[in-house]
Write a protein that binds this ligand. Structure first.
Ligand SMILES: Cc1cc2nc3c(=O)[nH]c(=O)nc-3n(C[C@H](O)[C@H](O)[C@H](O)COP(=O)(O)O)c2cc1C
Length: 188
């Protein structure tokens, strides 16, 4: 069990328990579980309800889609993410006529992933965000047009055995989460 940090105020257990594992248990998720996470994402707030979030996902089942997603990860992420049961790519839809709201699409996707992550926590699942992937490769392999922008990749699953990780990642895995003090975040 990962050591929990000290909280300044008593936040809910669902938020407390969240962290970003690199070692995942080999337990597969069901389609029902994945769609429940995506359903939570669907109900996020967005600029004028434009809902710009889009997703491409796959179980770790050796399928072509899964291999394509995995191959887009940078080496450092690939090293551990290859053992996670699910990979999700988050994109934003930026239509030419999107106007004012296009500039908030990344924010909207963040809210959607926030919902997904909270739902995962309720279901005893854990999410690890990864910016370390090749946007160019995603565009090429999934034939992504100019109206879409790949933003983030996620692994989802249950925490696993840290001894399966390399030394560098094992140390990161065991570190207690750290944050800036609340006073530093509140300005004015
Ligand atoms: C936008 C974003 C990009 C991230 N990219 C990576 C990444 O490429 N590789 C990685 O191992 N972790 C990545 N992370 C995870 C962060 O390093 C992690 O959330 C942070 O260190 C805090 O740890 P915690 O989530 O366990 O509290 C990313 C997180 C976010 C939100």
């Amino acid at each position: 069990m990962k050591q929990r940090p000290k909280y300044s105020y008593p936040i809910d257990e669902v938020i407390q328990k969240r962290w970003s594992p690199r070692a995942f248990a080999p337990t597969a998720l069901t389609d029902e579980q994945v769609f429940t996470l995506l359903e939570a994402a669907r109900w996020a707030a967005s600029c004028m309800n434009t809902q710009p979030w889009r997703f491409i996902w796959a179980h770790n089942d050796g399928s072509e889609k899964y291999q394509k997603l995995l191959s887009c990860l940078m080496e450092g992420n690939h090293a551990w993410a290859k053992d996670a049961p699910v990979l999700i790519l988050g994109l934003i839809h930026l239509p030419k006529e999107g106007g004012f709201c296009n500039q908030w699409a990344m924010y909207d996707l963040g809210l959607a992933i926030g919902n997904l992550t909270a739902q995962a926590s309720v279901m005893d699942l854990y999410v690890h965000n990864m910016a370390g992937f090749s946007e160019e490769k995603v565009r090429e392999l999934f034939e992504i047009g100019e109206d879409l922008k790949p933003v983030i990749m996620l692994t989802v699953g249950q925490p696993g055995d840290a001894s399966t990780l390399n030394e560098f990642n094992r140390q990161r895995e065991q570190k207690t989460q750290e944050r800036k003090p609340l006073e530093e975040l509140i300005l004015g």
